[in-house]
Write a protein that binds this ligand. Structure first.
Ligand SMILES: Cc1cc2nc3c(=O)[nH]c(=O)nc-3n(C[C@H](O)[C@H](O)[C@H](O)COP(=O)(O)O)c2cc1C
Ligand code: SF4
Length: 488
């Protein structure tokens, strides 16, 4: 009997190591996999019997003695059934996350047996241009937030002549409510390495960096170990890949601030042009893509761009790991095609509001994303619909609140966050955010200062150099609108 116990950040925080220790002491063979993304069921223990994996969860260290004594019997109250049959896994289209949670993330032979390294081999056989053509056909848009077509960036870096080009994976993942980058890196580190090696081949770049936040120690450790294994096993033949650990400034997720950071400077946003694809790291052509953008590359190359484009809706093609958190029952990530409604995501996938109270709001796309209330629940989860509704899709997160949400405090918090994280380069963001906090304090105290906040928001929207200052108005104005809708 093989027993799988996850070792990703979430499961470890929930006591997976202690559980693993106790099961090891009882004499069972243990494999440390990663989470399958159903975080509300962690720690999810999987017991392989006759080739099928049976799940038990959520298991805490308090349950484990009884579970062992009970012989992992199906009669146990935490028995979930066969894991692959769990409805919330079956509903997904796991193209990017197909290997996550299946086995030990550093087992290279398992990676190979689950299709690993085949996309790199295929890219090399069809050639650089056809590789980029498939990405173009797939319609893949950058998953880091801006939604910029990936193929255009790849083509730009490929076409420019230079003695040195760089491939950078943006793994800074600073947005609150976002955890799919980390989940992918902890679940399939070789998958990320393979995708970056494909980019290196297609664009003619020999050096790559994974820029990752210091708050992700497990992913950092796994990636460093995976790079060594990948080198030894031939996945990184002519591509020098390194992990670069950032110090944890939110703005360093912005691609030009990230480049400054790698160059050893303070993380300040650069004015564009020049774009990084032409003059990026150390002034050389540089591809910067998010972890999830890279995570889509192998399925696109292996199955063809048209297969990927067969998922999704309108100009939002393919799948995205929707990250559900906050006051929702089924917190976790779910790889789904674009096109579901917010209602479906929150109720059918998320199971509804955890507290049992009425739904209050959902903030979509991280701390710079807008709040949507119950009248918006039939909106489609795609880039265009959310933009038209005054929000952003961002990195695919939904943070759910019940009806106790204090919208004015949320609006204040958005300004406060901006003031804290601002790089200070431009005035609307550096000064505006602090004036915004002060003005919100006056509103909270009962003064009618709404027009002033609106005015400030317009200045920040149109006068800021990057989206930190430019998007802060989204949460501020949507939260104020929601509050006034109820109170004025
Ligand atoms: C303030 C700020 C923070 C950002 N943080 C991240 C981040 O943590 N991860 C990320 O991939 N992109 C982040 N971005 C977007 C990047 O600037 C860039 O668009 C992205 O890395 C490009 O990759 P993609 O095309 O694959 O999305 C941020 C942008 C801004 C303005
Ligand atoms: S908007 Fe804010 S974070 Fe962005 S460049 Fe200006 S000061 Fe820096």
């Amino acid at each position: 009997m093989k027993i799988f116990i996850p070792q990703d950040s979430i499961s470890l925080a929930l006591g997976a190591d202690l559980i693993s220790k106790k099961i090891t002491q009882s004499g069972h063979e243990i494999i440390r996999n990663s989470s399958r993304g159903l975080h509300f069921l962690e720690v999810l223990i999987e017991v392989e019997i006759d080739g099928a994996r049976h799940g038990f969860g959520p298991i805490s260290s308090k349950d484990i003695d009884q579970l062992i004594a009970n012989g992992f019997s199906k009669s146990h109250s935490k028995y979930l059934g066969i894991v692959d049959e769990l409805p919330l896994l079956k509903k997904q289209n796991r193209l990017s996350f197909s290997r996550c949670g299946i086995n030990a993330p550093l087992d290279y032979d398992v990676f190979l047996s689950l299709g690993g390294a085949q996309a790199l081999a295929k890219a090399k056989s069809i050639g650089a241009q056809k590789t980029i053509d498939e990405i173009k056909i797939s319609g893949l848009r950058g998953r880091g937030g801006a939604g910029f077509p990936a193929a255009i960036k790849w083509q730009t870096v490929k076409d420019v002549q230079s003695n040195q080009k760089y491939i950078i994976c943006n793994a800074d993942e600073g947005d609150s409510g976002n955890f799919a980058d980390r989940a992918f890196m902890e679940g399939d580190p070789f998958g990320l390495i393979e995708a970056m090696a494909i980019a290196g081949f297609a664009l003619g770049a020999s050096v790559g960096y994974i820029y990752i936040r210091s708050e992700y120690p497990i992913a950092i450790k796994l990636l460093k170990a995976a790079i060594e294994i990948a080198k030894a096993r031939g996945l990184l033949e002519d591509f020098d890949l390194q992990v670069f650990v950032g110090a944890g400034a939110y703005v360093c997720g912005e691609e030009t601030a990230l480049l400054e950071s790698i160059e050893g400077k303070r993380g300040m946003v650069r004015a564009k042009p020049p774009i990084p694809a032409l003059e990026g790291l150390f002034g050389k052509p540089t591809l910067v893509n998010n972890v999830l953008s890279f995570a889509a590359i192998a399925p696109i190359i292996l199955n063809g761009g048209a297969h990927y484009a067969g998922f999704g809706t309108g100009r939002s093609l393919g799948t995205i790991p929707v990250q559900l958190s906050g006051n929702v029952k089924n917190g976790g990530y779910y790889e789904l095609p674009f096109g579901m409604t917010l209602r479906e995501l929150i109720y059918e996938i998320g199971g509804g509001v955890k507290s049992g109270r009425e739904f209050g709001a959902v903030q979509i796309g991280g701390p710079l994303g807008a709040y949507f209330t119950s009248e918006n629940l039939d909106l489609i989860f795609d880039y265009e619909t959310l933009a038209q509704a005054g929000g952003i899709l961002g990195h695919g997160s939904l943070v759910v609140f019940d009806d106790t949400i204090d919208f004015l405090k949320m609006a204040r918090f958005a300004f406060e966050f901006c003031a804290h994280e601002s790089c200070g380069k431009c005035t609307p963001c550096r000064i505006g955010s602090t004036r915004g906090v002060e003005t919100m304090d006056r509103i909270i105290a009962g003064e009618n200062q709404y027009e002033l906040v609106d005015d400030l928001c317009e200045t920040m929207k149109f006068g800021s150099l990057c989206a930190l200052g430019g998007f802060t108005p989204y949460p501020v104005q949507s939260a104020i609108k929601a509050w006034r809708g109820k109170n004025v």
